[in-house]
Design a protein around this ligand. Structure first.
Ligand SMILES: C[S@@+](CC[C@H](N)C(=O)[O-])C[C@H]1O[C@@H](n2cnc3c(N)ncnc32)[C@H](O)[C@@H]1O
Length: 439
């Protein structure tokens, strides 16, 4: 029997609050329990609560005499959902309260019905005053965790407002047209024939932004590989690496294979090795490549341990799209606002350095490595590159478009090493690129 959207949303959010996996993983696991018609509402509630979590959490804590214990995080999720419906959905006030109270019963926590009713009704009565009292808190003013506000302000004072605005908005849907099958212009007309309006990406030659998001099965010839969903910033990787026929290329952290597929669309006659640590994510590369009708050598392994998977034949080029804080794509993964912690950045910097040093050994002399992250943290980006260039005497930085002179670099801000891309409201995600050559 299918479950209600609100019940499953509370269960998904409970797992996210308990740090038992990402929002997308939890949605993937549980959304099947909801009728198809209700899945949109489930996603709206889950993404919405995560997107507004810093604000909703501050409001909730100000309304409760003591925070919920972990064993009742399902109720806490229900309360956050109630507040989200009051503030950000068109749910009538009385319905938001009624549904939240009913949810306590569905969660077998009848004892909490009075509390839920009282807290939400008080918020409805005193909303303006409560918000005014909280307005100075960074989590409420910027709808971001305090530590992130501090770091963004410190690192990017001039772009701070843009980062906050773009991070808090719903991201546009961006697709990459497979130009080995169809031109961007033709595909745009195919979309228009079914009343899907799109505009061309400014910096990627193959991208289109859709005026409003559609499920992938509504994209013409999606199953035949005419098109993939990929942000504009991410589309630049394959262009900047400019694969040439006959080259041996390593895609060092490859899943779900968005860039793997793009490299092969651009140049099918390459020997591409894609390495990925997580076995279940490797299967996603497999299905993506199958859909595009291309193939690569897929290896489940640790990129920082080439002894596990490298056959000692040096690569001409390496794409290292490193695991990172994903602070440039919070709008697509809003649970980062809940679960990412400042210490994570230090851990990630270490992992990135280990993968950089190890994969560098597999690059031939004269070969190129494109280092990429979807992070806005200089520690993971320009500072990571500075430290790397210091450690590796045979590495030097090249102009980012050395391999693709026609590619404009106007999409980003040149920093001490590489180019930092900031997210924009209607456009690209936050990203970072740096091109290195081995001597
Ligand atoms: C930023 S994502 C890559 C996105 C991918 N390049 C794309 O365009 O679809 C980073 C990936 O690196 C993987 N990863 C993390 N640590 C790794 C390691 N030590 N070796 C190989 N892959 C790793 C993660 O599981 C994740 O799939």
């Amino acid at each position: 029997m299918s479950q209600s959207a609100r019940l499953i949303s509370a269960k998904i959010l409970e797992q996210v609050l308990l740090q038992r996996g990402s929002l997308s993983t939890q949605i993937g696991k549980q959304i099947g329990e909801v009728d198809y018609d209700e899945q949109g509402l489930t996603k709206e509630l889950c993404f919405g609560v995560c997107r507004y979590y810093p604000q909703l959490n501050s409001i909730a804590l100000s309304l409760l005499s003591k925070p919920f214990e972990e064993k009742d995080f399902d109720l806490y999720a229900a309360l956050l959902m109630g507040l989200y419906q009051v503030d950000h959905m068109s749910t009538p006030d009385h319905a938001a309260v009624h549904e939240s109270v009913e949810l306590c019963r569905q969660l077998d926590k009848e004892w909490a019905t009075k509390l839920m009713n009282a807290v939400l009704r008080r918020y409805q009565r005193e909303r303006d005053e409560i918000l005014e009292n909280l307005a100075q808190q960074p989590s409420v003013e910027f709808n971001m965790p305090k530590w992130l506000v501090k770091r963004f302000k410190k690192h990017w004072p001039e772009s701070f407002e843009q980062i906050v605005e773009a991070t808090n908005t719903h991201p546009p849907m961006c697709i990459r047209v497979n130009e080995s099958r169809v031109s961007r212009e033709t595909y745009q007309s195919m979309l228009l024939e079914q009343d899907t309006v799109s505009r061309e990406t400014a910096f990627s030659a193959s991208g289109l932004y859709l005026e409003s998001a559609v499920p992938v099965f509504m994209l013409p010839n999606f199953d035949q590989g005419d098109v993939s969903v990929q942000d504009e910033s991410a589309q630049l990787a394959a262009s900047l690496l400019a694969p040439q026929a006959g080259e041996r290329i390593l895609d060092a952290c490859a899943a779900p294979g968005g860039k793997t597929g793009h490299l092969l669309e651009k140049q099918p006659n390459i020997e591409l090795t894609a390495v990925e640590l997580e076995p279940w994510r490797l299967t996603r590369i497999e299905s993506n490549l199958e859909r595009l009708g291309v193939s690569a050598e897929l290896i489940c392994g640790d990129a920082s341990q080439p002894a596990q998977w490298w056959n000692k034949q040096a690569f001409d080029k390496i794409l290292l799209d490193a695991p990172c804080s994903a602070t440039g794509v919070i709008r697509r993964n809003p649970d980062i606002k809940i679960n990412r912690k400042p210490d994570d950045i230090d851990d990630l910097v270490e992992i990135q350095a280990a993968i950089l040093d190890a994969t560098w050994q597999t690059l031939k002399q004269g070969g190129y490595m494109l280092y990429a992250t979807c992070s806005l943290m200089p520690e993971e980006n320009e500072q990571q590159m500075a430290a790397f260039l210091n450690r590796q005497g045979d590495a030097s930085e090249c102009p980012l478009n050395q391999l693709a002179p026609d590619q404009t670099l106007a999409f980003g801000k040149p920093v001490s090493h590489g180019v930092q891309v900031f997210p924009t409201v209607d456009g690209q995600d936050g990203f970072y690129y740096c091109l290195l050559q081995k001597h």
